[in-house]
Write a protein that binds this ligand. Structure first.
Ligand code: CP
Length: 313
């Protein structure tokens, strides 16, 4: 470990807590984790420790890749996948639930529908808490695997021209990601209908870091210059009014025709799940990186768990 980077015992709540050096440290460690993540090499560097994997909101990739990462490191996993099976249904608060889980395990992964839930958990738990997505707030482990995917695909993240498309208002992945990309001098373009554009406070925060994003609602305007097209799903479950969702549903569909004018080495990413915003015909092109991106959740989460729980390869 680099002498001035030390994650042992730390919470992973927001990308705002990360420096560029921290991000690079986790990405370098994830690179070392790759053969273990693929099962080509074996380690038991966290044997005897227990992970609490608490998911109070649906998830496929984050929950299962944390579980896979944990097993690849020799951890035991306690999994909660349904609130209805916990005493929260009897009125127990999240804070009390976390206080209990804290005594049963050595680190806690938490996904929760409420923004700020991970910060609350981190404040009451002694064990490290890792935010696996808090409402429309942030999703830092997704951001780290997104950055790792860009680095592995493009060689470097510095100065890339990155277009973020879709639901930039409710999509927590793009909130964390755009903040992190300012550390690498990336040029950002936000493509969304006006009602789903990036929230004003995030734009102001990006500007304060010297990043001046270009905003449009037309992908055709900007696709030619993009190095990375990061597509997001319209987050139906976060719309207070279903009629507002209907107005924007299906507005963007990335297909081979939409990519016709793009650079040959453009990569298309998506945190998944997708609905209809990327046509299946794109899957078999060289542009498609979203399934590889989902796999990259394993080495990145192995790197994070090993770092905060004190495991060495
Ligand atoms: N990308 C992501 O967070 O996917 P899940 O909701 O399936 O975990």
């Amino acid at each position: 470990m680099s002498s001035d980077v030390n994650f042992f015992g730390k919470d992973i709540v927001s990308m705002r807590d990360f420096s560029r050096k921290d991000v690079e440290y986790i990405m370098d460690l994830a690179e070392e984790m790759l053969p273990y993540a693929k099962g080509e090499k074996r380690t038991k560097c966290l044997e005897g420790k227990i992970l609490g994997n608490l998911f109070f909101e649906p998830s496929t990739r984050t929950r299962m890749s944390f579980e896979s990462a944990a097993y690849r490191l020799g951890l035991h996993v306690m999994d909660v996948t349904q609130t209805s099976m916990t005493s929260i249904t009897k009125g127990e608060t999240l804070a009390d639930t976390i206080r209990m889980v804290d005594t049963y395990c050595d680190a806690i992964v938490l996904r929760h529908p409420n923004e700020g839930a991970a910060r609350l958990a981190a404040n009451v738990a002694d064990s490290p808490v890792i935010n696996a997505g808090d409402g429309a707030g942030s999703h830092p482990t997704q951001t780290l695997l997104d950055l790792f995917t860009m680095k592995r695909s493009k060689g470097s993240i510095d100065d890339l021209n990155i277009v973020l498309l879709g639901d930039l208002k409710y999509g927590r992945t793009v909130h964390s990601l755009s903040h992190a990309l300012t550390m690498f001098g990336a040029k950002l373009t936000f493509v969304a209908p006006e009602s789903l554009q990036m929230p004003h406070d995030i734009i102001e925060s990006l500007k304060s870091k010297g990043c001046n994003p270009y905003m449009t609602d037309d992908l055709n305007d900007v696709i030619q210059d993009a190095d990375v097209l990061y597509v997001t799903r319209i987050q139906r479950e976060r719309f207070p009014d279903p009629n507002e969702y209907k107005k924007v549903a299906g507005m963007y569909r990335v297909n081979n025709e939409a990519l016709r004018e793009s650079k040959k080495d453009l990569i298309v990413m998506h945190p998944l799940p997708r609905v209809d915003e990327i046509a299946p015909e794109v899957d078999s092109t060289e542009h498609a990186k979203y399934f590889e991106q989902a796999f990259n959740g394993i080495p990145i989460r192995m790197a994070l768990l090993a770092s905060v729980m004190g495991g060495e390869l």
